[in-house]
Design a protein around this ligand. Structure first.
Ligand code: ADP
Length: 165
């Protein structure tokens, strides 16, 4: 069984991520989308909530599993018997850091290859950060987020704004 991992913070999952998930799932027997926990970043959603949003958004893909990890990706991949890490590349600006991570991951786990999928041109501008910014100003998120989670994101933004007032 060929298993790949698609790691990220997914705070929240966007249509750009979903496009990569769909294309990567078509290339492997199983794709594990893994929410990686970065303790330095305080997110809009907790890791468990991000997993739930990803599950809602990927329910129609039978070979996609969603999980989270607070450890090293190289160790997680070994434990899940995955040999490939999938990454999406939006622009050259993503490239330098992603290549550095790929080299480090292979140093830590020599059986682990990183494969890059070029972002669909429709989504090269899209990031979770941009979506959060747009949500803050009440923009219509339907073009940017899986439809299953638009309500969740709007609701959370409202809660966060009410808490601040
Ligand atoms: P973000 O930058 O949106 O916060 P993540 O840290 O969750 O994203 O990213 C996880 C992975 O998804 C990375 O490989 C990133 O390059 C990729 N990715 C993010 N947004 C897109 C997009 N719009 N199109 C293609 N790949 C993307």
């Amino acid at each position: 069984m060929r298993t790949a991992i698609y790691p990220g913070s997914f705070d929240p999952v966007t249509l750009g991520h979903l496009n990569i998930i769909k294309r990567a799932a078509a290339c492997f027997d199983r794709l594990i989308v893994c929410v990686m926990i970065n303790s330095k970043k305080q997110g809009m959603f907790t890791p468990q909530e991000r997993v739930e949003l990803l599950r809602k958004s990927t329910a129609r893909f039978p070979n996609v599993e969603v999980d989270y990890s607070d450890g090293l990706l190289a160790a997680y991949a070994r434990r899940r018997r995955a040999h490939v890490v999938v990454k999406g590349l939006r622009a050259v600006s993503d490239f330098e850091q992603e290549v550095q991570m790929a080299v480090i991951n292979r140093k830590l786990n020599p059986g682990l290859e990183t494969m890059f999928l070029a972002s669909s041109e429709k989504y090269t501008y899209l990031s979770s950060t941009i979506v959060k910014e747009m949500a803050r100003y009440g923009a219509d998120l339907g073009e940017f987020l899986p439809r299953e989670i638009v309500e969740d994101v709007n609701r959370r933004m409202q809660e966060l704004q009410e808490r601040k007032d």
